[in-house]
Write a protein that binds this ligand. Structure first.
Ligand SMILES: [Zn+2]
Length: 92
């Protein structure tokens, strides 16, 4: 099992092996984020899209999701996530 030092949970975790289709960000994500945290983001992503009514057919919509992702995964982005935190209920 490949391990990665995760910037999100600050632990060593299992590396992501699936293809993420994240283009340029793919290698950065895989180098810095563990599988579990990526799974969390996948759940969060659905919420981001719903909350912000993101149109993924538009460049601006994809950018918004990307920014939220970088902020969520601690990849050096700061965005206003207050709207999401109100509704975010972490899975037990
Ligand atoms: Zn992690």
């Amino acid at each position: 099992m490949a391990a990665v030092q995760c910037v999100k949970c600050a632990k060593e975790g299992e590396a992501i092996t699936d293809t993420l289709f994240m283009g340029k960000l793919e290698s950065e994500i895989k180098a810095k984020v563990c599988k579990d945290c990526w799974k969390q983001w996948e759940g969060m992503r659905v919420m981001v899209i719903n909350e912000y009514q993101v149109n993924l057919g538009e460049e601006s919509g994809r950018e918004l999701v990307k920014k939220q992702m970088r902020a969520f995964l601690n990849l050096g982005e700061t965005v206003d996530t207050s709207k999401l935190q109100q509704n975010f209920k972490p899975q037990a």
